[in-house]
Design a protein around this ligand. Sequence first.
Ligand code: IMP
Length: 184
Amino acid sequence: MLQSFDLYFVSSNKHKYEEAKKILKSFGIHLGFCKFELEEIQSDSLKEIASNKAIDAFQKFKKPVIVEDDGLFIDSLDGFPGPYSSYVFKTIGNKGILDLLTQNRKAKFVSIVSFYDKHSSKSFVAKVHGKISKTQKGIGWGYDPIFIPEDSKKTFAESTNKNELSHRYKALKKFANWYLHEQK
Ligand code: IMP
C-alpha cells in the first residue's frame, strides 16, 4: 500500500524533493512527493509565484502542501536571471551564464517555500550569498556546478554539505520551526 503523509512537496523536480525530504527529516517531518508541473504565473516576485502555486497544488491534491521556488540573482547582471532562472537554465544553461560574466562574480541563491492548507497560507524566504565560479566544477544538478557559497572554495556540486547551508535548507528550517509549533 502507498504510504500516506501529513505533508506533500509538489514539484516536477525530483532533485529539489530529495533535498527537501532529507532536510525536513532532520526536523522530524516526513515529506511525501507529488511529482507534478504546476503552472507558473508571470511575475517578478518569487513569493507571488510560489504562493500561487501552493494554492493550485492544494486545490489539486487536497492535502497540506509545500512548493518551493528558487532564483539565482547575479549582481553584475542586475539580478538576472532571478525569477527567470528556470527558463535561462533551459536555454543558455551554465555555459551561457559563464560566458556572460567577466569581473564581478557575486551572486545569491534565493528560495521561497510556500505552505498551504485549509487553515493557513504561509511563505518563508531565505538566501545564500556566494559567487559564480570561473568554470563548471563537480557533478550536480541545475546551477550547482557554478555556484560557490560564501566562505567556501567548492561549488555546491563539489560540496558534501550543501544540505546544511543552502538557500533550501535555510528556508525549510524557518518553515519547520513554524510548522512544528503550529502542530502542537
Ligand atoms: P525553479 O524554482 O524550479 O523554477 O528553479 C529555478 C532554476 O534554478 C531551475 O533551473 C533550477 O534547476 C535551479 N535551481 C533551483 N534550486 C537549485 C539548487 O539548489 N541548485 C542548483 N540549481 C537550482
